[in-house]
Write a protein that binds this ligand. Structure first.
Ligand SMILES: Oc1ccccc1CN[C@@H]1C=C[C@@H](O)[C@H](O)[C@H]1O
Length: 331
């Protein structure tokens, strides 16, 4: 809409403003998205199961359409994601005889996939989430016990980053995770990335997913996490920002729209969050929302099936919320 200022223009010179999209949202909301954002991430259509559903059969049509839209609009692209325990087909980890694939077999499959995808979009995707969510949330566990870890072993992250760098030496390579500000988990993420850097692995950045809510994490906790990660000398991307109306453990299903108190809280949260990002603009290169507007958010139905949510700066009619105007002022 021409009457509304552009978020990405307001933040030009600070950091890119991005959104997770699909070919559906681009078809329905393309002009709005191109006006507000100058970086795109495929919400699902570049994940392993979408790109290579069966061994050797690649499906690039949807990803191609998103990359071409970004190219036409002069937008950056973030690749999401190569190594993750979700939305990855079982065949990757299975041998021909139905048993467990060997370390060598899984590494070769990862190499084939990375070279196929990163090679295809080389020069058009500037940053990749090479590994997503490898660190354990709970307790004193360190690496999440995934099939990647089981089949390849403890060096799977180092191998993944080296493979990605060979596939596209120009791409900036990120480790991406959620609950990334939690005082316990952030120390594990810091330890992991530091160990990769010490091993000489080409890790260029940390992706802080930013799946936050109206009540937390406290702005000081976010600040501490930004400082901890920036101290590693890597670049920071906020990769999946949204502000849920509900705490993760809140399973209420009675609301069809946010309460006035929730809307006021959202405005305050986005204002304090973007003021913090501005304060750390020397470390932050990109801030991506996990959705372009409330019309499409993964939080509709997660973690509570069938429940609506209103986590983004634009509502279900693509109208800017009060939070949008506060973010403009904070630029
Ligand atoms: O916040 C979470 C809580 C539990 C599991 C996963 C996550 C976040 N997981 C993200 C969310 C949506 C997916 O589309 C993204 O690819 C994934 O990175």
């Amino acid at each position: 809409d021409t009457a509304i200022p552009s978020l990405h223009e307001a933040y030009a010179g600070l950091f890119r403003i991005g959104a997770a999209v699909s070919t559906d949202t681009l078809r329905r909301e393309g002009p709005f998205i191109a006006g507000q954002y100058n970086s795109l991430t495929a919400e699902n259509q570049m994940k392993f199961e979408e790109i290579q559903p069966e061994e050797g059969r690649y499906a690039f049509e949807a990803a191609d359409a998103i990359v071409e839209f970004a190219q036409r609009g002069g937008m950056a692209m973030r690749g999401h994601t190569l190594v993750w325990h979700n939305q990855t087909p079982d065949w990757v980890f299975r041998a021909a005889d139905g048993g467990d694939a060997s370390r060598e077999e899984v590494l070769r499959r990862l190499e084939d996939h990375a070279h196929a995808v990163m090679g295809r979009y080389r020069g058009r995707i500037g940053a990749w989430d090479v590994v997503n969510e490898a660190v354990e949330d709970e307790g004193d566990g360190y690496l999440r016990p995934t099939k990647w870890l089981e089949r390849i072993g403890e060096d799977y992250l180092e191998r993944a980053f080296r493979i990605a760098h060979e596939a596209d030496p120009d791409a900036r390579l990120f480790y991406n995770d959620y609950n990334e500000t939690d005082p316990v988990k952030r120390v594990k993420i810091h330890r992991l990335v530091r160990s990769l850097l010490e091993a000489g692995a080409p890790v260029h950045g940390i992706g802080m997913q930013g799946h936050w809510n109206l009540y937390g994490p406290p702005i000081d906790e976010i600040k501490e996490a930004i400082e901890l990660y920036a101290s590693l000398g890597v670049r920071l991307h906020i990769t999946e920002l949204d502000v849920s109306a509900f705490r993760f453990e809140d399973r209420r299903t009675d609301l069809l729209r946010p309460t006035p108190e929730m809307e006021e809280r959202l405005t305050e949260r986005y204002e304090e969050i973007f003021k913090l990002f501005r304060e750390y603009r020397s470390a932050i290169d990109s801030v991506t929302f996990w959705g372009a507007a409330d019309t499409r958010t993964w939080l509709d139905g997660f973690p509570v099936r069938g429940r609506l949510n209103w986590p983004l700066p634009f509502d279900r009619k693509l109208r800017p919320k009060p939070a949008f105007w506060r973010m403009l002022e904070a630029a």
